[in-house]
Design a protein around this ligand. Sequence first.
Ligand SMILES: [Zn+2]
Length: 298
Amino acid sequence: MKTLREILTDANERHVAVGHFNISDLGALKAIVAAGRGMNLPILIGVSEGEREFVGVKQAAALIKSIRAEYDYPIFLNADHTHSLDKVKEAAEAGFDEIIFDNSSLPMDENIANTKAAVAAIRAINPNIIIEGEIGYIGSNSEVIDKAPEGIALSTPEEAVRFVTETGIDVLAPAVGNMHGLLKAMAAGTEHKHLDIGRIAAIKAAIDAAVMGGPAHGPMFMTLHGGSGTEDADFTAAAKAGMTIIHVSSELRLAWRRGVEEGLKDPNEIAPYKLVAPAVSAIQKIVENRLKLFNGIA
Ligand SMILES: [Zn+2]
């Protein structure tokens, strides 16, 4: 089976994106795996620090490994938004395939210094782990929110080049019009996020040029965070312009909640797996739809 690095290299060459979906329960995992396997596409499962605390760090790793082994299916596990060196080491030792070190809330110099230290710590434990770093601010909550957080600005190619060359990361998460969470109108489906596709292409070209031929690197990869609620055409355009991983979390959480509300309508039903069944099928449909857009499948 291909490694995650090989999967990302392949996606990068074909200008498509690997779908990254967050979970905190078996229902969502079941739905995402059914969608990915059904379409014969690789997937990344993400667990944030909060989600990891609930699922268990080692338990999340064991779950994903068991699915990968049983079905010979390319499913990988990412430690989403990891803020401390201790949590980075914990995920690396547990066998995660990717780790996102996120100190993007700090000034650039500190973000670079801390990300560089995280890269060294991860490489010392397992040099095969894919390491992602973040620049810019796109909000921090994967929830339904009243208004966009203040301070969101686009990352520049210059910032991106400095960050990737000084830290030695494999994957960059820039701010390109994306945002964590969903505004209420987005949750209702009446409004969508719009990405700066030109900026995505400019950052990708700049970081590829900066690392090309470097000692540690093949191509640079980029991740689009906060994909939930994005305009359909922008997903496909973002993948074409250089986003190799696209994150979707909030809209799965929203579907989970609405599905469970549906499941709870029968007051006599008490089997948890039946109560969450509408959520599972709703999440599967969303993941299938997103994977089509990430891969330019009509
Ligand atoms: Zn994110």
